[in-house]
Design a binder for this molecule. Structure first.
Ligand code: SF4
Ligand code: SF4
Length: 378
């Protein structure tokens, strides 16, 4: 699954080329959520369905549909591609899909839990290196990993899969979700990831609610969410994260007045990329599930669906006074998990301020300003 950071899609390079392409306001990346099914059953997961869910499997895009969408994307300037899920390696045709996308010249990244990595994947990734291979580490002890993953024996599979990649010199980026079930181990997870990863360790404390609205699962997700003090504490304890927050303080906290004039979308959603669900629906942000912003690619072409969603995004206006007086003018929105997509998942509306998010953002603001002050004094 895509971990949030925030609602991260494929990590695009911070280059002039990408900035230039993004100014054209046409997506330069495409994410294929190859399946919603997963071999794990993580407590915090917003998407997973059981691996043997044949209904979900029967709705998945087949390789020909994926190829057709990839062609449309490439013809419209897309360069980067991310394969995610659920667990993308559950697909029997994963290798064929991966190779097909590589042959089109796309730079392909893969997000996986590593449990299903076998010799075929190793050979594939050795010969045709992915741009990124990102693995999420749910715990570095069997007890913690399996408390999160919900599957007995999954820790061993994860370790074996990761070892296969590392012993074959296939570079991986390791990352974590920080949740109640693994928070006691987060510093050890960070050390483990830093030791084995090609990239700086990153963790994400924000958990989406379920895409399918499953209330029982949502309760579990809420029980795993860190509170404001816990979020501040882990950010403070992680040297790189704390420094990055201090350094980017002036971009995270606005000092001038903000007036978004009632626009619902003030984020970079039109620059995010194409997100294609396992059952062939286009979204411009992975979590944006409001029906006005989801179009079936089994009915519309990629660019027709894109234009319809983009038009709806540009014209969306709020008449909710609470939102207009709070989030629409908020100087710390960049520190907040509020966004129209999350608002919809939390409340069923795109423009409802969320009390717990607000408290978290204010606690983070206070902490970052204090850290900045003491770092400039030292
Ligand atoms: S590994 Fe866990 S978080 Fe990732 S898709 Fe599977 S159940 Fe969800
Ligand atoms: S919920 Fe609060 S902190 Fe977040 S954007 Fe709205 S007003 Fe700002």
């Amino acid at each position: 699954m895509i971990e949030n950071e925030n609602i991260a899609s494929v990590n695009l390079p911070d280059s002039d080329l990408v900035k230039k392409l993004q100014r054209t306001k046409t997506p330069v990346s495409i994410n294929f959520e190859l399946t919603a099914r997963c071999n794990n059953n993580c407590r915090h997961c917003y998407i997973n369905l059981p691996e043997n869910n044949t209904d979900a499997e029967s709705l998945e895009l087949d390789i020909n549909e994926i190829e057709d969408l990839a062609d449309q994307a490439v013809n419209n300037g897309v360069l980067w591609c991310l394969l995610t899920g659920g667990e993308p390696l559950l697909r029997d045709d994963f290798s064929e899909i991966y190779l097909m996308l590589r042959r089109k010249g796309l730079l392909v990244s893969v997000f996986t839990n590593a449990c299903l990595i076998n010799e075929t994947h190793v050979k594939l990734f050795k010969k045709y290196k992915p741009r990124e291979l990102e693995v999420t580490v749910y715990g570095i002890t069997e007890k913690t990993y399996e408390k999160v993953s919900g599957i007995k024996g999954s820790y061993k599979l994860f370790k074996n899969g990761l070892d296969r990649l590392l012993t074959n010199d296939i570079p991986v980026s390791l990352k974590a979700m920080a949740i109640h079930s693994n928070i006691h181990e987060i510093e050890n997870i960070a050390d483990f990831c830093s030791k084995h990863s090609k990239k700086k360790f990153k963790f994400d404390p924000f958990l989406h609610k379920r895409y399918d609205g499953d209330e029982k699962r949502n309760k579990k997700i809420l029980s795993e969410r860190l509170n404001k003090d816990e979020i501040v504490k882990i950010e403070q304890n992680n040297f790189a994260r704390k420094n990055a927050l201090i350094k980017s303080c002036d971009q995270l906290i606005f000092y001038q007045d903000i007036d978004a004039s009632g626009r619902v979308f003030t984020c970079g959603v039109l620059k995010n990329g194409f997100e294609i669900s396992y059952d062939g629906k286009l979204r411009l942000c992975p979590a944006l599930l409001h029906p006005d912003y989801v179009y079936s690619l089994r009915i519309f072409s990629l660019m027709d669906a894109y234009r319809k969603i983009a038009e709806n995004i540009i014209k969306a206006r709020s008449y909710n006074e609470d939102f207009l007086n709070k989030c629409n003018k908020c100087k710390i929105i960049n520190l907040c998990y509020f966004c129209p997509a999350n608002s919809f998942l939390e409340t069923g509306k795109l423009d409802t301020p969320i009390d717990t998010f607000c408290k978290n953002a204010h606690a983070r603001q206070k902490a970052i300003l204090e850290w900045k002050k003491s770092s400039s004094l030292s």
